[in-house]
Design a binder for this molecule. Sequence first.
Ligand code: NAD
Length: 295
Amino acid sequence: MAKIGFIGLGNMGLPMALNLIKGGHRVAGIDLNAEAVARLKEGGGEAGKDAAALAMDSDVIVTMLPAGKQVREIYLGVDGIIAKSKPGTLLIDSSTIDVESARAVAAEAEKNGVLMVDAPVSGGVGGAQGGTLTFMVGGSDKSFEKAKPILELMGKTIVHAGAAGAGQAAKICNNMILGISMIAVSEAFVLAEKLGLDKQKLFDISSKSSGQCWSMTTYCPVPGPVPTSPANRDYAAGFTAAMMLKDLKLSQDASASSGAKTPMGAAATKLYEIYAESGESGRDFSGIIQFIRNA
Ligand code: NAD
């Protein structure tokens, strides 16, 4: 049994922390939201005092925070968890953040002799609750091997993507594909409507043809063909348009800093920006089909 500190008990973090408790570990958590900490306690966890105290008293720290800004605040500085960790502590950041912040924090951890991985996830709240997340992990072989048994309690697929920051790079590239492909599939259904082609027929054909992709077969943006997709419940999220926009913006920041050309990624970012700002930021990202249909 390890002593695990968990920082960030939001929609994703709380169910992940509860799975670590189910896996037999002692988990103490903190969050700006006292209600989230109370729910961790109800599930058998403990309330931590603050990040520094957690770092001094934990074998492993997992963070699940909104963005790079919060990760830098929690990890860096004299009271940050890197400075306060005991030798041999493992730090796992599962937040989705910019590659630059991930590499900066990892470099500081290495300088201080602390093991660290960036381990962003895909699979959403359902995956967090069911312990079926996919983890994309960046860090040394030694850090990865130490993190793997902890990540296996929260996820089903654990991939070592490469050195520090590679997990975030994989996440950003994957979600840029997702944002673009959801728009492509939505445009195809809108065109089919105009051409008088039945949506089920398009699905039956494209799901078995070269148009096949996750946005078509698992998360189909029209109601009917895939009964579990958010389209069947008025696009209740799932994965919100705001989160898709956040990840697309990270992809565009990374494109700019690395010199990669991603014109479709740029177009998808623009469309999701307009969609989210039209009052739909909390709706599922597949709801963009309604915006495309009415544009
Ligand atoms: P969330 O907003 O529900 O949770 C974030 C939590 O962090 C909140 O409870 C907040 O109070 C807490 N927090 C913020 N600053 C803090 C601080 N300084 N100290 C302690 N707690 C602090 O967000 P979420 O949906 O759980 O997402 C977390 C991360 O996971 C994000 O980076 C997101 O992009 C990523 N992600 C989310 C999903 C999803 O479907 N929700 C899927 C994949 C990845």
